[in-house]
Design a protein around this ligand. Structure first.
Ligand SMILES: [Zn+2]
Length: 311
């Protein structure tokens, strides 16, 4: 059994953590958008509001006590978030999103098929953007797990031995590009305009932070809609039969459709261990992680793993 924190939050906290964090992010985004801020500022600042909320809640009511303290991984995760983001001209995944939104909106206007139902109420347009984007993102993520050539990029994201908000941004830069391209291309094709895209990417960013949050909370039936922390912890399990599920990055819809939804009843505590069981000697330092795809065969050879293996 995983070592759950002995700090048991009151029911009010457990049930309000998710909706309040999401509401704070959207409220900030709405005010910023209405005051004429550019897309980058809207997504970045709204995400910072969510980060502050989650980081505080992790201190007060952690899900697992052994994930609440650093294991020498904090400098690596900070480096991933800042340096990878800087190299890609932005910060954290938010940074990637900031770059994508104006790019997607511009391409969408120019080359889109004008399929987008722009007369729908904004919440429905944002929900539609999520469903469309996640259909592409689901398969890009799943292929990264099931095809060895792509797994070499995504394995970096699965290398930590604990889950907390900061390692939401731990990824190989090429893995990040792959992650976002699937959904973004579909949104471009549909001709999605800027406003629903901004709100969707705020949702995607806040959801990415929440699903990595080491915060004790409840989701109930919302686990059938959102790719929650409960579901995403199984995705980070070191057991392949648990990890190759729950590919959704914000919604869990496509996992339900394609049969990869995994949420064993009564086990909200999550998997025993997190990480890469077949690659115990995986580089944990920042620059080592960057080089992984380029010395993939040597890493697998050192771990005694055959070329077709994926986690
Ligand atoms: Zn994954």
């Amino acid at each position: 059994m995983p070592a759950l924190s002995d700090r048991n939050p009151p029911a009010l906290f457990r049930w309000l953590f998710f909706p309040v964090t999401m509401a704070l992010g959207f409220t900030a985004a709405h005010h910023l958008w209405e005051s004429g801020q550019n897309t980058s500022s809207v997504i970045g600042l709204a995400s910072l509001v969510a980060i502050a909320t989650i980081a505080l809640c992790e201190r007060i009511y952690p899900h697992r006590q052994d994930w609440a303290t650093g294991k020498g991984d904090v400098p690596t995760d900070i480096a991933h978030n800042f340096v990878t983001g800087y190299a890609l001209r932005e910060w954290l995944k938010i940074g990637i999103l900031m770059s994508v939104v104006p790019f997607v909106a511009a391409l969408s206007q120019r080359y889109g098929l004008a399929l987008w139902p722009a007369s729908l109420p904004m919440p429905l347009q944002v929900a539609l953007a999520a469903v469309v984007s996640e259909s592409g993102g689901y398969w890009v993520h799943r292929i990264q797990h099931e095809r060895d050539f792509f797994w070499r990029f995504h394995a970096v994201h699965h290398s930590p031995h604990r889950i907390y908000w900061l390692n939401a941004g731990r990824d190989h830069p090429l893995g990040m590009v792959l992650d976002y391209s699937g959904g973004a291309l579909l949104l471009i094709l549909c001709g999605a305009p800027a406003e629903p895209l901004v709100y969707f990417y705020v949702f995607e960013s806040v959801m990415g932070l929440i699903q990595h949050a080491n915060v004790r909370h409840n989701m109930g039936w919302l686990d059938y809609i959102f790719s929650s922390a409960v579901l995403h912890r199984w995705h980070h399990s070191d057991r392949i039969e648990e990890a190759n599920n729950n590919y959704g990055s914000s919604l869990i819809l496509w996992d339900l459709v394609f049969g990869t939804y995994y949420n064993p009843p009564g086990r909200d505590e999550g998997p025993e261990r997190i990480g890469l069981v077949s690659l115990q000697d995986f580089p944990q330092r920042f620059w080592g992680a960057w080089t992984v795809p380029f010395r993939w065969a040597a890493i697998k050879q050192a771990n005694g793993v055959l070329p077709s293996s994926a986690n």
